[in-house]
Design a protein around this ligand. Structure first.
Ligand code: NJP
Length: 259
């Protein structure tokens, strides 16, 4: 009878990767709602989770739902801009999967964007990538395995009026991710970017026509596919779009047009 090895065994038997001894740990930023909460629920059956965002109440609700799916969950209620606080919370924690998801978009013409709005977007969408990734990446390199997944955007390769800051931050994500990949791939660490089109979350103001948008779960499934790919296979960029911006999804009315 042929022997059947678990998925990790091929690399392990060739001496490259030690076997996982417990469930992998996934750290997800911006996990209190929207895409981040959906990613937490998607990963919960196979991962233990560290969830972070500012809203402790909503984080706890997401954690409870994830625990029901089998995950052990730790919540860190923090501002992702708090580099020192997060570094302290994450010190020595072996994170296998980091999903840098926290982000915001203040879509305004440049001349109407205040300095505070500009700096807030850059601090959350760009600078937090540095200190959250910096806190957990050394451990991944030492262990010879890990995955850094970033939620980018179609705005990372498109431009639009009102996008000087937001599209700028998401273009940064693309350059950051591919450069980082080239630095750590031979240490066994994967880096990927998911670039969604429009997703029905609080990202958009109330009153926005959402009938044609993706569900957060659609993006979460893309993340799940990417981080659960075989160890030797890297999905570096994955673009997920609504099929049409004019056709409402089934069950969302029949006369909507894109907004
Ligand atoms: O947005 P939303 P999405 N410190 O507003 C957290 C990208 N994206 O899920 O702190 C810590 O529902 C916030 O938590 P809280 C987008 O650029 C979206 O759509 O409790 N956390 C919440 O959990 C972003 O990178 C679309 O308020 C902070 C989360 O971030 C990612 O998807 C399209 C924080 C935001 O939840 C998730 O956005 C696209 C802070 N200072 C890319 N500030 C789309 N929705 O269409 C925010 O291409 N958070």
């Amino acid at each position: 009878m042929a022997l059947v090895f678990p998925a990790w065994a091929g690399a392990y038997l060739s001496g490259m990767t030690p076997p996982p001894t417990s469930r992998p740990v996934a750290l997800i930023t911006g996990a209190s709602r929207g895409i981040g909460a959906a990613i937490a629920l998607r990963l919960a059956p196979k991962h233990d989770l560290i969830l972070t965002a500012r809203d402790a109440t909503r984080l706890a609700e997401v954690a409870t739902a994830c625990e029901a799916l089998g995950a052990t969950v730790r919540c860190i209620a923090a501002d992702v801009r708090d580099a020192a606080g997060l570094a302290e919370q994450l010190a020595g924690v072996p994170v296998d999967v980091l999903v840098n998801n926290a982000g915001l978009g203040i879509l305004k013409p440049f001349l109407e964007t205040t300095a505070e709005e500009w700096h807030r977007q850059v601090d959350v969408n760009v600078n937090a990538l540095y200190h959250v990734t910096r806190a957990v990446l050394p451990g991944m390199v030492v262990r010879g395995r890990g995955h850094v997944c970033i939620i980018g955007s179609m705005a990372g390769r498109n431009t639009f009026a009102g996008g000087t800051c937001y599209a700028g931050t998401k273009h940064f994500v693309m350059g950051f991710a591919e450069s980082l990949l080239l630095e750590v791939r031979d240490a066994g660490v994967a880096v990927s970017v998911i670039t969604p089109g429009s997703v029905d979350t609080d990202f958009f103001p109330e009153g926005t026509n959402r009938t044609w948008m993706l569900d957060p779960q659609n993006v979460a499934d893309a993340v799940g596919f990417t981080v659960e790919a075989p160890a030797h296979m890297l999905v570096h960029r994955l673009e997920v779009r609504p099929l049409s911006t004019k056709r409402p999804r089934a069950g969302h009315g029949d006369s909507a047009t894109a907004s």
